[in-house]
Design a protein. Structure first.
Length: 124
């Protein structure tokens, strides 16, 4: 009985700690087509954002800290997967309506080990 009660209390806690966090949903303010994405990352850490777009829209990502961060865009349902890109400006015309994920990754550089990013995502 005691073992059963213990497992009932422990299993939900384990499930919460071991799962992957949901990506941050990007919502554009009415009348706006861009959003600044911010966060802090350490070596090889990634942050995920997801946004909805229509076919033939062009997404542009501006990354002023190319020596510290790179980005990529992915959508399994729309068959899109770019490599991590370190360009100051990165653009892609989207093939289909749907959700797309943007990954921001901290590069492994000597210093700083942790850094704050500020990347702009625009859709036109």
């Amino acid at each position: 009985m005691l073992v059963t009660v213990s497992l009932i209390l422990v299993l939900p806690a384990l499930a919460q700690n071991g799962g992957k966090a949901e990506p941050n949903r990007i919502e554009f303010a009415p009348g706006h087509t861009s959003k600044v994405l911010t966060g802090t990352l350490g070596y090889d850490e990634e942050m995920e954002y997801v946004f909805a777009a229509k076919a033939r829209q062009k997404v542009t990502i501006s990354n002023p800290s190319v020596s510290l961060f790179d980005v990529r865009i992915f959508s399994e349902e729309n068959n899109v997967e770019t490599e991590f890109d370190s360009s100051r400006t990165f653009s892609l015309t989207l093939p289909s309506d749907g959700d797309y994920t943007v990954y921001v990754r901290k590069k492994r550089v000597k210093t700083p080990r942790r850094a704050r990013f500020s990347i702009t995502l625009a859709i036109r």
